[in-house]
Ligand binder design. Structure first.
Ligand code: AOF
Ligand code: ZN
Length: 336
């Protein structure tokens, strides 16, 4: 039991090395009878899942008869990668210990597939041990917002904001392009390259005439541009000319439609009004904040309305702040 405890903790720690987004953070460990184990993790959408990563890291040692610990129920579907259930069965694993269920309809059901193939499946919570319950809770909390997005039939939502030290998103005359420096902008383009779609409000679409493309090179798959709002765009604007642009007048219906179209990670880039709407409706799972070392005094701030401190929307840093040139970048998660 001691070895299982250590391997589960190690799998959970490994999970945190991944990148949040379309897919949850997942870690795994191959545990042998002698109590030794090796770990693996899922680095982000499009990369191998945690189970094949841990099984590959176990090589050249045989995994036949070993236990596989995984922080999320193994998938049983072919998505960007093949079904983990097959990989686990092929590797000769005889026992799978799972920390949390996968609520994602196409991927779920892996525990049953494993059981039917003769693999002993144990859910951590069923062990009746306090350490197991504690780690199962940690596994759930790690992806709490991803679970919420999936069960609400909407994409996982990352919102981006670039602001001055005093929290302004634009100067008083509404100029806002290039608050942050070139390193921040390059970083933001990497995020654009990872998402399935990027949304702006009509205000930003009219004011900035953005393309909403990822300009990082080497990313052939461009995100789908999305506009929320009802003001028509000029015919010649980049977004109006892009045949992939989707326009929605209502956020909830738009998010459901995006999910139906296969969008599992949406980046919301502006305007401040659209961002405030998403925040107010608890639709921001992850917040990317770029802070530039300048003051804009009585400039433009978020129109988000909070009447008293107790009603503040609370976020927790998901990683230590990073220096990007003279700017600071911090990734936050909505508090569970
Ligand atoms: C696992 N192990 O490490 C992860 C899983 O598009 P794909 O192929 O990457 O599949 C994504 C779905 O698979 C994701 O939405 C979630 O349901 C599950 N994630 N499953 O067995 C993993 N990341
Ligand atoms: Zn999988």
């Amino acid at each position: 039991m001691e070895a299982l405890h250590s391997a589960t903790r190690a799998a959970l720690d490994a999970a945190t090395h991944g990148i949040r987004g379309a897919n949850p953070l997942v870690g795994a460990a191959v545990l042998w009878d002698d109590g030794t184990f090796t770990t693996g993790y899922h680095a982000g959408a499009g990369t191998p899942h945690a189970e094949p990563d841990a099984l590959r890291n176990a090589s050249p040692r045989s995994t036949a008869g070993a236990t596989l610990v995984v922080t999320l129920e193994p998938c049983s579907h072919t998505g960007r990668t093949g079904p983990c259930t097959h990989t686990i069965i092929d590797a000769g694993i005889t026992r799978a210990v799972i920390a949390s269920r996968d609520p994602n309809p196409p991927a779920s059901g892996g525990a049953q597939v494993l059981t039917e193939a003769g693999v002993e499946v144990i859910f951590l919570n069923d062990l009746g041990q306090s350490w197991a319950h504690e780690l199962a809770t940690r596994a759930h909390n790690l992806n709490a917002r991803w679970f919420t997005a999936v069960t609400h039939d909407r994409p996982f939502i990352t919102a981006k904001t670039a602001q001055s030290l005093d929290g302004c998103v634009a100067a008083r005359d509404r100029t806002s392009q290039w608050i942050t420096g070139s390193e921040s902008r390059a970083h933001a383009h990497l995020t654009r390259a990872r998402v399935d779609a990027i949304a702006v409000g009509t205000g930003t679409a009219l004011a900035d005439n953005p393309r909403l493309t990822a300009r990082t090179g080497g990313f052939p798959q461009q995100p789908i541009p999305v506009i929320f709002g009802s003001t028509p765009l000029p015919d010649g604007s980049h977004l109006a000319r892009n045949p992939r642009t989707l326009t929605y007048t209502e956020v909830g219906a738009g998010l459901r439609d995006l999910r139906r179209r296969g969008v599992s990670h949406l980046l919301v880039e502006g305007s401040p009004t659209l961002l405030a709407h998403f925040l107010q409706h608890d639709l921001v799972d992850e917040l990317h904040v770029y802070t530039a070392p300048l003051l804009l005094g009585d400039g433009v701030r978020s129109p988000l309305s909070v009447d008293t401190l107790a009603h503040a929307l609370k976020f927790v840093p998901d990683a230590p702040p990073e220096a990007l040139g003279s700017d600071t970048f911090t990734r936050f998660m909505k508090e569970v």
